[in-house]
Design a protein around this ligand. Structure first.
Ligand code: FES
Length: 148
């Protein structure tokens, strides 16, 4: 198999067959691919562009514009750190840097978790945590650090 082509073409093809005829199909297709594969592989951009009669640049632009989409599979627990206003002003950015430096989890920015009054907030494996500090974050990550 061609190395640069090593992604699940068939699944992407199935999503395209299901959603490609919708009005404004790109977002539903990208959501469908991410739901099925956990991410939208960069290599799938050409396949999606061709099927939807769009340029690669258009597909790539949408894929990278929306923070919801990821182009790499998640490795380890998924930690989402809020980067919106309230959390930013309470040290959210330092928390993000700390998390990125800590390793052992996939770190993703999110924009408001609805916990602004208890900022800064993070979400670990779908579970929200408020008033986070780097020290507490380390403890949390230690707790989920084992094999899943
Ligand atoms: S701004 Fe972070 S939870 Fe709302």
């Amino acid at each position: 198999m061609n190395h640069t082509d090593s992604y699940d073409r068939q699944t992407v093809g199935r999503v395209l067959a299901e959603r490609g005829q919708l009005d404004g199909p790109l977002m539903p297709v990208l959501h469908g691919v991410q739901d099925a594969l956990g991410h939208v592989p960069e290599q799938a951009v050409a396949q999606i562009a061709q099927a939807l009669n769009l340029s690669r640049a258009e597909v790539h632009g949408v894929l990278t514009y929306y923070h919801h989409f990821r182009t790499q599979p998640v490795k380890g627990p998924l930690l989402q750190v809020c980067r919106a206003e309230a959390c930013r002003s309470m040290g959210g950015e330092q928390l993000l840097q700390h998390a990125q430096g800590a390793g052992g989890c996939s770190v993703e920015p999110v924009y408001c978790l609805g916990l602004c009054a208890m900022a800064p907030a993070v979400m670990l494996e779908g579970q929200p945590y408020a008033r986070m500090t780097p020290a507490r974050l380390d403890e949390l990550l230690d707790d989920v650090g084992g094999p899943r």
